[in-house]
Design a protein around this ligand. Structure first.
Ligand SMILES: N[C@@H](CCC(=O)N[C@@H](CS)C(=O)NCC(=O)O)C(=O)O
Length: 258
């Protein structure tokens, strides 16, 4: 069985969500989308916590033809679940046990343990900081923007090495894999955290080329049109995005404290 019978993706138009929708689209798998409304704190509702006890997106529920239900949370685990189950031809992965398979794991784990959390904090302090103290904001922006830049330098260096040693434009092996999609979800939000794409020329070319692939483009537009590059360049749209984010982050923090 290489196609899901009944798979639902719970997601929003955010870095961790688009990692999964781009993978599902690239593999041309059938799936349903349930858009999670952050403004209504739907990600903290009891029914959703049954699926993802961490109260975050993404999550998937995969019901097989025998009615057996599997819930998976954590974007990295979801990407590996999808490729393990539904990518037998390794279009977006590498054969289990191969050198490239472990390199793919390295970059997926590197992203979920490093780039995601650090860039998420850069985004928090730059766009959604709830403190009125400008020193608090400046410290957070400085610390996490610098760390995000350092991590993007690691990606830039990896791409240079891949080009030199394998003549490859991808993070692992000779083709696109979930390692690229895990990182792409965040790299596309670079300008939003005050980092110009042009600071990292290889990474800029990598993100432009991958996001222009028709199936990837389709996945970026799940559950709504992907507009972060436009938003990041428009002061009015940025103001609206910050205000909306601050509002649910404040309510979400209070709900989680309870
Ligand atoms: N480690 C998790 C992180 C998930 C995460 O933080 N998702 C964010 C969106 S990018 C979210 O759901 N935020 C909602 C909230 O904080 O309540 C993963 O990789 O899936």
């Amino acid at each position: 069985m290489t196609k899901p019978t009944d798979l639902t993706l719970y997601t929003a138009s955010v870095p961790n969500g688009i990692k999964v929708s781009t993978a599902l689209e690239y593999l041309e798998l059938p799936y349903k989308v349930y858009p999670i409304a952050f403004s209504k704190l739907e990600q903290k509702e009891p029914w959703y916590l049954e699926i993802n006890p961490n109260g975050r997106v993404p999550a998937i529920v995969d019901v097989d033809s025998a009615g057996e239900k599997t819930c998976v949370m954590e974007s990295g685990a979801i990407l590996l679940y999808i490729t393990d189950k539904y990518d037998p031809e390794n279009k977006l992965s590498y054969p289990f046990g191969s050198k490239e398979y472990y390199e793919m794991l390295e970059w997926v784990f590197w992203q979920v343990g490093g780039l995601g959390p650090m860039q998420g904090q850069a985004s928090h302090f730059l766009r959604y900081c709830l403190s009125d103290n400008p020193d608090v904001q400046a410290y957070g922006v400085n610390r996490y923007q610098n760390e995000t830049r350092r991590l993007m330098t690691v990606l830039e260096t990896r791409l240079a090495k891949q080009k030199a040693t394998r003549n490859s434009a991808y993070l692992v092996g000779d083709h696109l894999s979930v390692a690229d999609l895990a990182c792409l979800g965040w790299v596309l939000f670079d300008t939003y955290v005050g980092i110009e794409s042009s600071e990292f020329p290889l990474l800029e070319k990598w993100q432009d080329e991958i996001s222009a692939m028709p199936l990837i483009k389709k996945g970026l537009d799940v559950p709504t049109e992907f507009r972060i590059k436009q938003v990041a360049k428009d002061p009015e749209l940025l103001k609206q995005a910050s205000a909306a984010g601050q509002s649910w982050i404040k309510k979400g923090g209070e709900a989680e404290k309870k």
